[in-house]
Design a protein. Structure first.
Length: 323
């Protein structure tokens, strides 16, 4: 197996067949809905909140609401449905989560998407939760993760998952590889490729994306959707606190397994950090779409499928050293 990460890969251009990059179709289908771009903000407390979820859903972007205010999730689903928008929530695997899923079913409050979100998703606890959701909420599209291997993808798919989330510890605010010695940090893109080859259902690449070009690389190696955290955390609409240092503006960003999120120093695998303020989220999402349109034009096609067919070279960390 070839080992590489995003900065090690450059995609090779093909003959352009469109007259304008604006002709390129960046849309992607997931769970019966079509979205503008194959990007989903990370389901983290400093990246997504209810107000932002409503904006994203109403503008044809996919989202996954975080699970860190569990008592508000049913009201969130009801609020999204009242607004005629799709509901996409996260759950864990504790016994209380089974009660929550049952509560949703009993009240006919069915979210269109449910993401089982734990750090080590290749687990019996996740498999049991997948089975329970598919039994109690059979119409919900279940995303399960996070995983790092083809065996994990197969096990979760066989349990009933409709998509799997790939990435263990490659995120900017994640320190799993430092704390445990495990993870996909440094070879996340190769892990996406490895898992996608085994998958029969969609893969969501989660973590390690640092540039817009990394979105195209994720698509090339088999991702249907790309989850992005730090690059989407610093906006006006982002939930993180605004902090000014030496005249520069930043926003707070921390990992889901950080002490800040947990509220205690126990099994910490994430850290808190500051990310530069980036203005309005809509502008960044529009730029991501335009850059993907350019990627499609370089790939020699008219839609995202063209990117999956182009060749690549492994350049080993030279992408930023060409000057």
């Amino acid at each position: 197996m070839e080992i590489f990460d995003y900065e090690d890969i450059q995609l090779i251009p093909n003959k352009c067949v469109i007259n304008s990059r604006s002709e390129a179709d960046t849309t992607v289908e997931l769970g019966g809905r079509r979205f503008k771009i194959p990007v989903v903000p990370a389901n983290m407390a400093t990246v997504i909140n209810e107000e932002l979820a409503k904006w994203l859903a109403s503008h044809d972007y996919f989202y996954i609401m975080h699970r860190f205010a569990p008592e508000t999730r049913r009201a969130f689903v009801e609020s999204m449905h009242t607004a005629n928008l799709f509901a996409s929530i996260s759950v864990g695997v504790k016994s209380s989560e089974y009660d929550f899923i049952d509560e949703l079913a009993m009240n006919d409050c069915v979210p269109e998407y449910v993401t089982i979100d734990i750090a080590h998703g290749h687990a019996d606890s996740v498999i049991e939760m997948i089975k329970h959701i598919k039994k109690v909420l059979p119409t919900s599209f279940v995303i399960a993760g996070n995983v790092a291997t083809p065996a994990a993808v197969r096990d979760l798919e066989n349990a009933g998952a409709d998509a799997t989330k790939v990435g263990v510890g490659p995120g900017k605010a994640c320190i799993t590889k430092i704390k445990t010695g495990f993870g996909t940090g440094g070879w996340q893109l190769a892990a996406v490729r490895w898992c996608a080859k085994a998958a029969r259902k969609p893969i969501i690449a989660d973590g390690g994306v640092r540039t817009n070009g990394d979105i195209a690389k994720s698509i090339r190696f088999g991702a249907t959707m790309v989850m992005i955290g730090s690059m989407l955390a610093g906006h006006q609409e982002s939930p993180g606190n605004v902090i000014k240092i030496d005249g520069k503006t930043y926003k707070q960003y921390y990992g889901s397994a950080s002490e800040t999120q947990k509220g205690e120093h126990k099994n910490v695998e994430g850290k808190q950090m500051l990310v530069p303020y980036r203005g309005h989220l809509a502008d960044t999402l529009n730029e991501m779409q335009e850059d993907l349109q350019s990627s499609i034009s370089y790939a020699g096609g008219r839609d995202l499928k063209a990117i999956t067919k182009c060749d690549y070279v492994i350049v080993k960390n030279s992408i930023y050293n060409g000057d």
